[in-house]
Design a protein around this ligand. Structure first.
Ligand code: AR6
Length: 167
């Protein structure tokens, strides 16, 4: 349990894990940020599979193969857009982490890496989002049979400092 969460820095598309999580949008048809990076690195087959999924509601998650990525799977989740914090953002963000880890468990995946969902284009404040991420991961991982290792991927020094401070 103490070794459940590991901080790592850099590009999530380089990680050799059972699944990387994508901070996607409701269409699941690609975008900028980490979503764009994942689609570029995985190749066009990822988009082809995403087209079959019928989109994804905010706070939920869907799984695909990883194609050209070192990761075996991609778990696509859609974080909330930050509107000041009174629009249920915290619960939706927590749900992203929970639903992603639930999918990982259902597919018997052991290692999962998350970017900071909603912390880019969607504008969620980093400190608040990091608290939700850590709490949600710790709560879920007490479930028997769930993932063994969760990597929280820090893209930039500021994020690394925030996560370090909280852990
Ligand atoms: N590896 C790890 N983290 C990354 C990478 C990378 N290669 N690239 C960016 N980040 P964002 P959101 C970090 O904007 O806020 C897309 O267009 C980044 O620094 O990718 O959930 C989707 O299609 C930030 O901390 O996702 C949606 O429309 C975090 O990943 C929308 O953006 C998330 O930033 C989703 O917005």
């Amino acid at each position: 349990m103490n070794n459940l969460i590991e901080l790592t820095s850099g590009d999530i598309t380089r990680l050799d894990v059972d699944a990387i999580v994508n901070a996607a949008n409701n269409s699941l048809l690609g975008g900028g940020g980490v979503d764009g990076a994942i689609h570029r690195a995985a190749g066009p087959e990822l988009l082809a599979e995403c087209r079959t999924l019928g989109g994804c509601e905010t706070g939920t998650a869907k799984i695909t193969k990883g194609y050209a990525l070192p990761a075996r799977h991609v778990i696509h989740t859609v974080g909330p857009v930050w509107h000041g914090g009174n629009g249920g953002e915290q619960e939706l963000l927590a749900s992203c982490y929970r639903q992603s880890l639930l999918l990982a468990k259902q597919h018997a995946l052991r290692t999962v890496a998350f970017p900071a969902i909603s912390c880019g284009v969607y504008g969620y404040p980093l400190q608040a989002a990091a608290q939700v991420a850590i709490r949600s991961v710790r709560e879920f991982a007490t479930d028997p049979g769930s993932v063994e290792k969760v990597y929280l991927v820090c893209f930039g020094d500021e994020m690394l400092e925030v996560y370090h401070g909280l852990l």
